[in-house]
Design a protein around this ligand. Structure first.
Ligand code: KG4
Ligand code: ZN
Length: 391
């Protein structure tokens, strides 16, 4: 069901974005797709930490609690009244079904109460627009453009192009099993480091030897086309650049078993559980050299694999601009790796700021702007789609 909003069109709309697909409740206001006015994120890390991962039921409950406060805070920070908004945008998928539903229901109610258009945004498109939002001041991006969306739930490669006001995407690679961020989180949990694992591994890896433990990845033919657990089959028979990160997690487990370091891991798990936000010194005090080498080698292997496969895709498609985005794009080694290797291939690599790499609502409001221009509005029958694909 589409709703018409006669006479409301401005070319620089002020859009409220809402995000609740996983474990962050966020609201933000962006004007014209490139002017960030305010952004508020309520993190649920403290809620999920004791469980070592996101508990979907708890996430939905926290979103219900936080949606109104983050929206009020975003309006207050912007110095705006809700009536001044031009539209309400919300992540409708992919993500946790219950978590998404809280945001979608809230956004629908708000849009209806204000009599403003509702815009549905794909979370993955949001991550891509997080980079475009922050880099718009550097001028227009050059095409062909490839986006690596690498987070806790996704590892996708999208070729993106603009068709009029709208963006179109073609998936040319995705993980066949675990996402890269999932591998970071599961490995950190296995090693008793805490949750979320990515930032902890990032901080510790710089203290270990990245060449100490040789991890290998399965050779996947770039042109192979196989069904996957996530993201479905590709839309065409073109070249594929798929990833796989469940094997490395098992390899870390094998290392732990072979070197009999379970007891040390349990001691670390208990010690770190007692600390809400361990400092680098506290983390290091609970990690011996062997563990630091293992962590550094794990990170180097994942970063190397992400870089190699992504740059192979860049070469295949003659890519000029590469956007690296999603939570794992906050990783220092991943940024350094692309910054070092992309220019040699004539590719400009761009990343969001660290705050914009992980889930936020500014990316949702930014992605919504092209839909505003195209009058691509959602009806009040909009619902959450846990497995929404991006096209
Ligand atoms: O984009 P995001 O906030 O949520 C999803 O859409 O999944 O990404 C969260 C993921 C988690 O797996 C987290 O461990 C990972 O991003 N992450 C990192 C870093 N910061 C967050 N992974 C590696 N290094 C980091 N610095
Ligand atoms: Zn995300």
């Amino acid at each position: 069901m589409r709703t018409r909003y006669a006479g409301c069109m401005t070319t620089r709309a002020t859009i409220l974005g809402l995000e609740s697909s996983c474990d962050e409740t966020a609201a933000a206001i962006v004007r014209g797709g490139d002017e960030l006015i305010s952004s508020v994120v309520a993190s649920q890390i403290a809620t999920h930490s004791p469980y070592g991962g996101v508990v979907p039921e708890l996430a939905s409950r926290e979103h219900l609690r936080n949606l109104l406060p983050v929206t009020r805070a975003a309006l207050e920070k912007a110095g705006m009244r809700q009536e001044e908004l031009d539209a309400v945008a919300v992540t409708s998928g992919p993500g946790l079904a219950g978590a998404l539903l809280t945001g979608v229901c809230f956004a629908k109610s708000l849009a209806w109460a204000l009599g403003k258009p509702l815009i549905a945004v794909n979370h993955l498109e949001g991550h891509i627009h997080a980079v475009l939002l922050e880099h718009s001041r550097h001028g227009k991006v050059e095409f062909p453009l490839l986006a690596l969306v690498v987070s806790g739930g996704h590892t996708h490669l999208f070729l993106a192009e603009q068709a009029g006001a709208q963006w179109r995407y073609r998936n040319v690679g995705h993980t066949r099993d675990d996402a890269a961020g999932e591998a970071f989180d599961k490995t950190a949990k296995l090693l008793g480091l805490g949750y979320p694992g990515g930032p902890l591994i990032d901080r510790l890896a710089r203290h270990g030897n990245p060449k100490a433990v040789p991890f290998t990845f399965a050779q996947m033919k770039h042109h192979a086309r196989q069904p996957s657990k996530r993201g479905g089959a590709s839309e065409d028979n073109g070249p594929r650049f798929d990833f796989s990160y469940s094997g490395i997690k098992t390899a870390v487990l094998r290392y732990v078993e072979t070197h009999q370091i379970f007891e040390a891991i349990e001691r670390r798990r208990h010690a770190l559980l007692a600390l809400e936000r361990p400092t680098d010194e506290q983390l290091l005090a609970h990690c011996d050299g062997q563990t630091l080498d293992l962590i550094a080698s794990f990170q180097a292997a994942v970063v190397g694999d992400l870089t190699r496969r992504t740059l192979a895709a860049c070469e295949e498609f003659g890519v000029r601009t590469l956007l690296v985005t999603g939570g794992v794009a906050a990783n220092s080694a991943l940024r350094e790796s692309f910054e070092r290797h992309a220019p040699g291939q004539g590719v400009v690599a761009r990343f969001p700021s660290r705050a914009m790499s992980t889930d936020n609502a500014a990316m949702v409001a930014a992605a919504a702007h092209s839909k505003w221009l195209a009058e691509d509005f959602a009806g009040l029958d909009l619902t959450a789609e846990a497995n929404l694909t991006l096209r």
